[in-house]
Design a protein around this ligand. Sequence first.
Ligand SMILES: *[C@@H]1O[C@H](CO)[C@@H](O)[C@H](O)[C@H]1NC(C)=O
Length: 292
Amino acid sequence: MRVHLYLFIVMIHFSTGCIVSDVQQTIIITGYTGGSVVLPCSCADPQSTVTTFTWESHRGNQWIQVFQDEKYIGRHELFNEHSPKNLSLLIADLRMNDQGYYKCLTKSNSIITHVHLTVKGCDLVEDGKVFEVTGYSGESVVLPCSCTELLAKPELIQWNYLTEKNYKVIYPNEQTENYKNRVKLLNPNTPGDLSLHISALRTEDRGEYQCLVSSQQAVSFGLTVLQPEEKPHVNTITLTTNQASHQTQDSTVSQLNPNQQHITHIVFIVRMFFSVLLLALLVFILWRCRGK
Ligand SMILES: *[C@@H]1O[C@H](CO)[C@@H](O)[C@H](O)[C@H]1NC(C)=O
């Protein structure tokens, strides 16, 4: 039995130069659209010199060579030039259809690793909903829109201004001069935050807007533009959407927190003081009783 096992390992050594581990085991890797992943593959044997190996991806009921697939052109990277034992594959700018099974093979078709790649994309948090937003002439306004996964960058993002007959794209390419240099994403560094910032509001900006992503999901906004004189004289921040009002409330609560903590501390100290006093009194009485 042992001899057999030994022979088996030696055979694998000769045929592949790699120790082929349990082939049945699939490594699960998760990535986000627009991001990148490293699909792991390595030769455990430090003596191994695998010069030819390949990565294959399972698509349409067959295995396709990743290095020859135009789908991956300019999006894949290997590390074996600098570290010969490392046969891992990096896939950048992930797309939904990169999802699936991959395998890393030697020239003799021995599978080194089996990987399942899951790609998480953008689903709009408020898909299909309509929000009413109020802004003031000359000021700026934010139309909030985001993916449930903030790390997922949608394959397409488009902000539209709807007119009576059709729509005009105002982001990423302004089709209309009206919005030139006045629109930008609020948080360009967060891939899944698509919120639009419109500055120097004009009366004619009022109307219907739409945040649209690749999967044909959309969130709509009805924007009202008022004159600054029309601002309510109450001491509150303008609430744009339900979401924003929650945030405002939250921040008010957290602003009160330090004060509340301070009061709790004082109450605690006063309580301690009286407890110690009571204990001292008790000890004193006991001592007097004993004395008698
Ligand atoms: C292979 O190289 C990549 C990129 O440097 C690294 O992320 C990965 O951990 C390496 N894998 C091994 C097994 O060394």
